[in-house]
Design a protein around this ligand. Structure first.
Ligand code: URA
Length: 433
């Protein structure tokens, strides 16, 4: 086989065979096929697309490109939840302890922030001395002991995705349906959980901006998961508005703790209850109503928070910070953002809010950037709220007080004001089963 012929075939709208897809992924990981040829193929895929069969083959090739998580000693079903990425999305920190408290194992491998979106690993690292890089055998024994552990992606798993992702990031080929599906599902299938609940975000803060595009992404991921023998479902959820009020790593951990105590923001609480319910349902822990009632019970009686504290302790962090989040240090500098005119907040460019938070130090501009855990934004007003000129609509937090001007500018540019109260769409827009 020749890479030239594979590129030409896709460029001209042809359908690649499983053998061609497996050959190019193996060759790329081995270093036999150079970046420039794979870049050309990614661009051809971007324009020509892939069939579901091609995308399935690509997903399985990514899954099989490295080690898979092998958990022979974990008893019981393992369940995972994956979000396609959003702003203020701290759901994993809330859901995983709830589900583990109710007897379903969660051995979660999570990512770091990407562009304007946050990542669970960066959030957990806001807890001092919390280890996200524990060896797989220790990971397994924590999961067996307390039902839950969360670590970063292992370097030995899905090397094809690491290479492809880095290349797509710099060749404007991220937002291609088959490439996103194979990237996300390749990683999820390598982790080899029994059940997967996908939270496909849609709107101005998501990679997929329309419900139609998000539904197609959800349908393909669910179908490919099923082809791999997994129990999968997807929720399509709104990301036109940030989730909760806090954006930024330690701020989001604190908000997740409040939600585990039952005092969280309504939107975050609603989505966490629904995701956790579906995870339990997929793992055959009862009817949807029974699962939901159990979720509410372990929030109310504090058991889910205790499980989170145990996980933090097992992974090297100080559990007292979870039980008393006032221990988290505040950022050395904070400044308010005030409304420039009166009116309703009728539109939010949520990606812009993510970037405003990144500019304060909560995210990375380059892979090498070090995150400021205390940096971020707490929203005081959200979509649909009426504000008077001069009202505080948000507070910025940072360790670098030169970042306020750029962040405030981005935030205000991303907040659209109008005279009429806007209509809110539901938080959960669709379910794909
Ligand atoms: N998240 C991933 O892991 N991969 C993508 O391609 C997009 C979002």
């Amino acid at each position: 086989m020749r890479m030239f012929d594979i590129i030409k075939k896709k460029r001209d709208g042809g359908t690649l065979t499983d053998a061609e897809i497996n050959w190019f992924i193996k060759g790329y990981v081995n270093g036999d096929i150079p970046d420039y040829q794979v870049s050309a193929l990614c661009m051809a895929i971007y324009f020509r697309g892939m069939t579901l069969e091609e995308t399935t083959a690509l997903t399985f090739a990514v899954r099989d490109s490295g080690k898979k998580l092998d958990f022979p000693n974990v008893n019981g079903l393992r369940v995972d939840k994956h979000s396609t990425g959003g702003v203020g999305d701290k759901t994993s920190l809330v859901i995983a302890p709830i589900v583990a408290t109710l007897g379903v194992k969660v051995a979660k491998m999570s990512g770091r922030g990407l562009g304007h979106t946050g990542g669970t690993i960066d959030k957990l690292e806001a807890i001092p001395s919390f280890r996200t890089d524990i060896p797989l055998d220790e990971f397994q024994s924590i999961v067996n002991d307390i039902g839950i552990a969360i670590i970063g992606q292992s370097n030995d798993m899905t090397p094809a995705d690491k290479l492809l992702y880095g290349l797509r990031d710099v060749t404007a080929t991220i937002d291609s349906l088959p490439l996103i599906v194979s990237s996300i599902m390749g990683k999820k299938l390598a982790a080899d959980d029994d059940c997967i609940v996908l939270d496909v975000k849609t709107g101005s803060g998501a990679f997929m901006k329309t419900v139609e595009a998000s539904r197609e992404l959800a349908e393909w991921m669910v179908e490919i998961g099923k082809r791999a023998g997994k129990r999968v479902c997807a929720m399509i959820t709104d990301m036109d508005i940030p989730l909760g009020f806090s954006i930024g790593n330690s701020l989001e951990v604190i908000e997740a703790i409040e939600t585990l105590k039952g005092n969280g923001p309504a939107d975050l609480t609603e989505i966490c209850i629904e995701l956790a319910t579906r995870m339990l349902y997929l793992a055959e822990k009862g009817t949807m109503d029974e699962c939901r009632a159990n979720v509410l019970r372990v929030i109310e009686n504090g058991e889910a928070l205790k499980t989170f504290a145990k996980m933090v302790e097992a992974q090297g962090g100080n559990k007292d910070w979870i039980l008393a989040p006032e221990n988290f240090p505040a950022a050395p500098y904070c400044e308010e953002i005030k409304a420039e005119k009166s009116g309703y907040i009728v539109g939010i460019d949520t990606e812009g809010y993510g970037i405003a938070s990144l500019l304060l130090g909560a995210g990375r501009n380059t892979k090498e950037d070090v995150i400021d855990s205390t940096a971020g934004i707490i929203l005081k007003k959200k979509f649909g709220d009426y504000v008077n000129k001069g009202d505080v609509i948000a507070t910025m937090y940072t360790s670098n007080n030169t970042s306020f001007t750029a962040s405030r500018k981005k935030f205000l540019e991303s907040t659209k004001m109008g005279n009429d109260a806007p209509v809110k769409r539901p938080l959960i827009l669709d379910i794909v089963e």
